[in-house]
Write a protein that binds this ligand. Structure first.
Ligand code: OSB
Ligand code: MG
Length: 367
């Protein structure tokens, strides 16, 4: 397949509900959609990058810059037969994983069309449905938070993840556990603590959480191993894992017992699958995280989650948890806590060009 044209779309979408983590509160997103044209087909990918460099170092602007200046010239007018070849073409570009994932996932979409296979099947996944969880931001009012949890449980979601941070942790979890003693519950700190908080964090063991996600520094796997030895609650790493090599080292060190796989954070679906395979071989469960993906990125995440070792409900929720209108038809829906994995060729959802155009604030065509 020869890549003839690449389009980059800066697409701005408003969240239905503002989302607060330990590093800030946001009410809209600025992801980059990538369209790859080859052999009369169009592949859609999404770089679920953030406007600010507070989750990782990338921003919407660095993403556009790296794609335009370095990735596009390496792939345009080149012939690629598999994803390995594509990734090798821009292999000199260090990191910038969200930017890479936009192009890489678009290429997977092209491949699934060229081979006439559903994306999940192309990746090697066999699940026909996946369990769905929600990630709930920090809320100042505990009663409002309890109501929000209740609402998601009524909708059938299988697991509740709460964002926590210093001063917004033990008391919040105590209230939540009092109200919902047995629900599958976990907490995500987005790197808000250090080892100085070790004694404090031990209190979280009392809440029988499924796991605590990324309690320590975004670039750490050493201190997490120390903390994991002190906690009975499993640690799950998010920010610290950018590749299968990172995952191997973290598992060797005992830094975590679970890994959150986000295709954007690791550069795409190929690396995501490598992490999945490594964890499967080591008996370590994984789940698919999220970056509030629009429908296109969400469709890629759903396909990935069909792989067998995605055995824990992840952060892929229905479109209406995030957006009043999503960019795909039909929107992603959750019934009895599950999302059906599409069994049709390609993404299994149709990108809606009218809506994409309406939310696009900047566009460039590279040929
Ligand atoms: O840490 O998992 C995270 C959203 C943006 C950045 C980081 C994270 C998150 C989420 C939301 O938790 C996951 C989702 O619902 O897409
Ligand atoms: Mg996280």
């Amino acid at each position: 397949m020869k890549i003839e044209r690449m389009e980059l779309l800066h697409v701005k979408m408003k969240l239905v509900h503002p989302f607060e983590t330990s590093y800030g509160r946001k009410d809209h997103l600025d992801h980059v959609l990538v369209k790859l044209y080859a052999d009369g087909m169009v592949g859609y990918g999404e770089a679920a990058v953030q406007w600010w460099p507070f989750y990782c170092e990338e921003t919407t602007v660095t993403c556009l810059h790296v794609l335009q200046e370095f990735v596009a010239p390496a792939v345009l007018h080149q012939e690629f037969n598999d994803v390995e070849d594509l990734v090798a073409a821009y292999g000199k570009v260090r990191r910038h994983n969200f930017a890479k994932s936009g192009v890489e996932t678009a290429f997977w979409h092209l491949l699934s069309q060229a081979q006439g296979k559903p994306l999940a099947q192309l990746l090697g996944g066999s699940r026909t449905e996946i369990e769905s969880g929600v990630s709930i931001g920090i809320e100042a009012d505990i009663n409002y938070l309890l109501k929000r949890i209740e609402g998601f449980l009524v909708q059938g979601y299988r697991r509740i993840k709460l964002k926590i941070g210093p001063g917004k942790d033990v008391e919040v979890l105590r209230h939540v556990r009092q109200a919902f003693p047995t629900i599958p519950l976990m907490a995500d700190a987005n790197s808000a603590y250090t080892l100085h908080d070790l004694e404090h964090l031990k209190q979280l063991d009392a809440f029988h959480l499924l796991m605590i996600e990324q309690p320590l520094a975004h670039d750490d796997i050493i201190d997490h191993a120390t903390l994991q030895r002190a906690l009975s609650t499993p640690i799950c790493l998010d920010e610290s894992i950018h590749s299968a090599e990172d995952a191997r080292k973290a598992l060797d060190l005992g830094s975590c017992r679970i890994i959150n796989i986000k295709p954007g954070r690791v550069g795409g679906l190929l690396e995501a699958r490598k992490i999945h395979d490594l964890c499967q071989a080591r008996g370590v469960p994984v789940w698919c995280g999220g970056m509030h993906e629009y429908g296109i990125g969400r469709a890629h995440n759903i396909a990935l989650s069909a792989l067998p070792n995605f055995s824990i409900a992840g952060d892929i929720s229905a479109s209406d948890k995030y957006y009043a209108e999503d960019l795909i038809d039909p929107p992603v829906t959750v019934a009895q806590g599950k999302i059906q994995v599409p069994q049709t060729v390609g993404l299994g959802y149709t990108p809606n060009e009218e809506r994409i155009a309406r939310f696009t604030v900047d566009k460039m065509a590279l040929t």
